[in-house]
Design a protein around this ligand. Structure first.
Ligand code: ADP
Ligand code: ADP
Length: 232
C-alpha cells in the first residue's frame, strides 16, 4: 500500500543544510494499522509531510497504492491528496465553522451536491457518535469530541489511507483510549490503512499491528509490535 525507498530529505543548503531523513525504507500493507514511533527530532513530521505531499523529498521514492508521489504534477498532487486523510494533534478545525460545516468542508471543495453532502455528513456524524453536536462550534466541544470531528472530516473524501500525526498526544488517557477504539473500529469496518506517528508507546501497543522505530532519520527496528517490544 505504502512503499518508501531510500527516502532522504535535506532542509536548506550548504552550511545550513540539515538532514532530517537519510535513506529511509518502509513498507506498509493495505488494511493494517502501522505505528511509527520515535523521539522528538527523529524525523517523524518530515516523514509524514513527505507522505502527504507537503514536502518534496530530496531523494527516494514514495509509492502509495501504485502511484509514485515524487513524479506527480500539480493537478495529480491535488487528486492524490484526497486519497490521504489526515488527523492532527491540535485537531486543526475551523473555529468559526460548526461541526457540520467542518466535516462538509472537503466535500464542498470537490463540488459534491447539497443532498450528497448532507447524506455523507450525517453518516459520518453517526460513525463518530456526534449526531447531537452537529450545530456546535469547536470551542463548545471537549478534546475527544474535537478529534472525532477531525476523524469524520478526514474520512469525508473516502481516503485509502488515514495518517495520524500525534493524534492523541493532546488528550487524557481515557479520551485517548476512546479515540483509539474509534480508529480500530474504522480500520476493521472499512479495511482502511492507518499510519500512526507517535512518541507514545501505549498508543502503539494498544492498536498497532506492526511498528517501526525511527531514529536519526532512518528506521532502526521494524516488525510485529510484540516482536519489537519484547526483545531483550
Ligand atoms: P515535533 O517535535 O512536535 O514533531 P518540531 O518541533 O520538530 O515538531 O517541528 C515543528 C515544525 O517546525 C515542523 O513543521 C518542522 O518542519 C519545523 N521545524 C522543525 N525543526 C526546524 C528547524 N530546525 N528549522 C526550521 N523549521 C523546523
Ligand atoms: P520529529 O517530528 O520526529 O520531531 P522532524 O521531522 O520535525 O522530527 O525533524 C527531524 C530533523 O529535521 C530535526 O533535526 C529538525 O530540526 C530538522 N528539521 C525539521 N524541519 C526542518 C525545517 N523546515 N528546516 C530545517 N530543519 C528541519
Amino acid at each position: 500500500m505504502i512503499e518508501i525507498r531510500g527516502l532522504t530529505k535535506v532542509y536548506g543548503k550548504g552550511d545550513k543544510a540539515a538532514t532530517a531523513l537519510s535513506g529511509l525504507n518502509l513498507s506498509i500493507k493495505k488494511g493494517e494499522i502501522f505505528g511509527v514511533i520515535g523521539h522528538s527530532g527523529a524525523g517523524k513530521s518530515t516523514l509524514i509531510r513527505c507522505i502527504n505531499l507537503l514536502e518534496r523529498p530530496t531523494e527516494g521514492e514514495i509509492w502509495v497504492d501504485g502511484v509514485e508521489l515524487t513524479k506527480l504534477n500539480r493537478g495529480q498532487l491535488q487528486e492524490q491528496r484526497r486519497k490521504i486523510g489526515m488527523i492532527f494533534q491540535h485537531f486543526n478545525l475551523l473555529s468559526s465553522a460548526t461541526v457540520y460545516d467542518n466535516i462538509a468542508f472537503p466535500l464542498r471543495l470537490t463540488g459534491s451536491t447539497r443532498p450528497d453532502i448532507d447524506l455523507k455528513v450525517k453518516d459520518l456524524l453517526a460513525l463518530v457518535g456526534l449526531e447531537e453536536h452537529s450545530d456546535k462550534y469547536p470551542a463548545q466541544l471537549s478534546g475527544g469530541q474535537k478529534q472525532r470531528v477531525g476523524v469524520a472530516r478526514a474520512l469525508a473524501s473516502d481516503p485509502d489511507v488515514l495518517l495520524c500525526d500525534e493524534a492523541t498526544s493532546a488528550l487524557d488517557p481515557q479520551t485517548t483510549d476512546s479515540i483509539l477504539r474509534l480508529l480500530l473500529d474504522i480500520n476493521k469496518r472499512f479495511h482502511l490503512t492507518i499510519v500512526l506517528i507517535t512518541h507514545e508507546m501505549h498508543v502503539i501497543q494498544s492498536i498497532c499491528d506492526r511498528v517501526a522505530v525511527i531514529h536519526g532519520g532512518g528506521i532502526v527496528e521494524e516488525g510485529e509490535v510484540t516482536e519489537v517490544f519484547l526483545k531483550p
